[in-house]
Design a protein around this ligand. Structure first.
Ligand SMILES: *[C@@H]1O[C@H](CO)[C@@H](O)[C@H](O)[C@H]1NC(C)=O
Length: 320
């Protein structure tokens, strides 16, 4: 005990007197000791470490490049796409269902992404409308829905009807509904044009809604948008699904890419303000949305059916 204390004391004293010198001495001492050991012992760890580093870097490169092979960017955020399409084979169930409706069968099943149908200005006007609506209530989880047709808005774990609560009256005006209708009609004609169907044979259907997605944890099953699904199986009336993005992937939010799940590899659509994505709603367009990891993602889902029994009306100021 005494010995230890003494040693401790003496070394403390040394350090306080001439600290740097002590350190130098220590280094010299160590080297002397090391050089007494055989050469291999000193070099082996270094060689092993450098090998491990090389192997791991290779593994990382291989991992990421093989991952890249499995996911392709179909529509990049930074690109202004006049139009990019991919034809896919219609699923049998989709074909069987469409046979019931004359003049609504697409020339071919596909996805089509374009940044030229809706203007940035229109997207910004819609974004302003969406934000006004979403201010009227906050959801419990990370997903909020605003349906201007029915008035449904996510509040807590439920929906409230903002047309019934009177909240909508002081929020929306005629101009908002006009903008909404103009954009909806443009989308409808774009669907008709790109899928080769008569615009009078497709009808806006339920649900058509704005979505606001944050990184907040899911509370209800409806918050879990990241599960792969087929739109037509979630909503029987769907025949053509369209998504209009209102803000930008990577600048306004991270994560939240739309992913088509295909056999060989998946294909992503990166949201971009005013980007319109249209696709047939059957299993040929199996998809999910990646979790949003930060920021807020805004989009509108505008869906169409061939079944006029499931047509819905445009939202109107009369509802207020
Ligand atoms: C595509 O995404 C799905 C769902 O996340 C996944 O199960 C599948 O492995 C992905 N496909 C490829 C080829 O990576």
């Amino acid at each position: 005990m005494l010995d230890v204390r003494k040693r401790g004391q003496s070394s403390e004293n040394k350090e306080s007197k001439d600290g740097d010198k002590v350190n130098e001495n220590n280094v010299v001492d160590k080297e002397v000791v090391d050089s007494k050991k055989p050469d291999i012992n000193r070099k082996l760890p270094l060689r092993v470490i450098s090998r491990i580093v090389v192997i791991f870097s290779l593994l990382i490169v291989v991992y990421f490049s093989s991952k890249d092979d499995k996911v392709k960017t179909f529509a990049k955020q930074s690109e202004l796409l006049p139009g990019k399409g991919l034809v896919v084979e219609c699923s049998q169930a989709y074909k069987d269902d469409l046979d019931k409706y004359e003049g609504c069968f697409p020339k071919e099943c596909k996805r089509f992404v374009t940044d030229k149908v809706i203007s940035v200005r229109e997207a910004e006007e819609l974004l302003a409308i969406a934000k006004k609506g979403f201010q009227l209530g906050k959801p419990a989880g990370g997903v909020s829905i605003l349906d201007l047709h029915s008035g449904a808005l996510s509040v807590g774990q439920r929906f409230v009807n903002i047309y019934k609560t009177g909240d909508a009256k002081n929020t929306f005006n005629q101009n908002d509904f006009n903008t909404y209708r103009v954009v909806k009609d443009k989308i409808k004609y774009a669907v008709a044009h790109h899928f080769g169907v008569n615009p009078n044979k497709i009808y806006l259907t339920y649900p058509t809604f704005f979505s606001e997605i944050t990184s907040k944890a899911a509370i209800t099953i409806h918050d879990e948008y990241w599960h792969p699904h087929v739109d037509k199986e979630s909503y029987k009336s769907f025949h053509y699904t369209t998504l209009l993005y209102l803000n930008d992937y990577n600048t306004d939010f991270k994560g939240g890419r739309f992913v088509f799940i295909d056999e060989k590899f998946n294909r992503t659509v990166e949201p971009r303000k005013a980007r319109l994505s249209m696709f047939t709603s059957g299993r040929e367009n199996f998809h999910y949305v990646e979790k949003v990891s930060s920021g807020i993602r805004y989009a509108v889902t505008v869906s169409f059916t061939c079944d006029n029994q499931h047509a819905i009306e445009d939202p109107s100021i009369k509802n207020l």
